[in-house]
Ligand binder design. Structure first.
Ligand code: AP5
Ligand code: ZN
Length: 215
């Protein structure tokens, strides 16, 4: 099964993708995570992407599509893919069709997480992740059970993203509205879009997604 999680920054794509990975052994393909890893490693891709990401703008279509193709090639043919943060433009959506066709895969579901924009700034500026295993947390919505210690791996160091400030979030939202939201009709025309209320508590969002995947 191959699915796209679509929604604005902070909608919960990463949160839900992590849960699907744990429950179904699917693989999360987050172009944001891949780009951040490239920035950290100082690769040519990372050097090209760093400033663009810090401004909250989109990096080039060619760059991210290459990352996705490589990642798919590195995983088992039977392993399901969860596309998180990709595709983000009409050009990327078209490229993804070609990438999947070339590998004998098809898109089963596009899950749109719909959210109130006002809630997103709080969600994004409050989040942090475990520096060791990457598990996500939030100052208000999901603190580690033992303060200062990761529930999943016991790590004690946490980090925040440089683009998670109120000003950059506004640019990211504008990019979403202008370039990403317009790709929904492409998938609606194929009858594979399901809408989920991303404002519900996390467990309810997960349950709604599970229902769609079982259908
Ligand atoms: P990327 O890393 O993809 O960021 P994003 O799309 O802005 O998405 P986020 O990771 O911010 O949000 P999310 O929906 O995953 O929310 P989360 O689950 O963490 O992209 C970063 C940058 O990389 C881009 O700006 C661009 O420059 C570049 N880039 C990446 N892909 C690209 C592409 N394809 N093309 C071009 N450029 C690209 O949730 C947020 C918080 O809310 C968490 O703390 C969570 O705990 C909390 N939360 C989640 N769900 C709920 C809930 N139901 N109730 C309460 N709280 C919740
Ligand atoms: Zn951890």
């Amino acid at each position: 099964m191959n699915i796209i999680l679509l929604g604005p920054p902070g909608a919960g794509k990463g949160t839900q993708a992590q849960r699907l990975v744990e429950r179904h052994g699917m693989r999360q393909l987050s172009t944001g995570d891949m780009l951040r890893a490239a920035v950290k490693a100082g690769t040519p891709t990372g050097l090209e992407a760093k400033a663009v990401m810090e401004r909250g703008e989109l990096v080039s279509d060619a760059l991210v599509s290459a990352l996705i193709g490589d990642e798919l090639d590195a995983m088992g043919e039977q392993t399901g893919a969860i596309f998180d943060g990709y595709p983000r433009t009409a050009a990327q959506a078209e490229t993804l069709d070609g990438i999947l066709n070339a590998r004998g895969r098809k898109l089963d579901h596009v899950i749109e997480l719909s959210v109130d924009e006002e809630a997103l700034v709080e969600r994004i500026t409050g989040r942090f992740t475990c520096a060791s295993c990457g598990k996500g947390y939030h100052d208000t919505f999901e603190q580690p059970k033992v303060p200062g210690t990761c529930d999943k791996c016991g790590g004690t160091e946490f980090k925040r993203r440089p683009d998670d400030n109120a000003e950059t979030v506004r640019t990211r939202l504008a990019e979403y509205r202008a370039k990403t939201a317009p790709i929904l009709p492409i998938y609606e025309a194929r009858g594979i879009v399901s809408k989920v209320d991303g404002m519900s508590p996390m467990d309810e969002v997960t349950a709604a997604i599970e229902t769609i995947l079982k259908a």
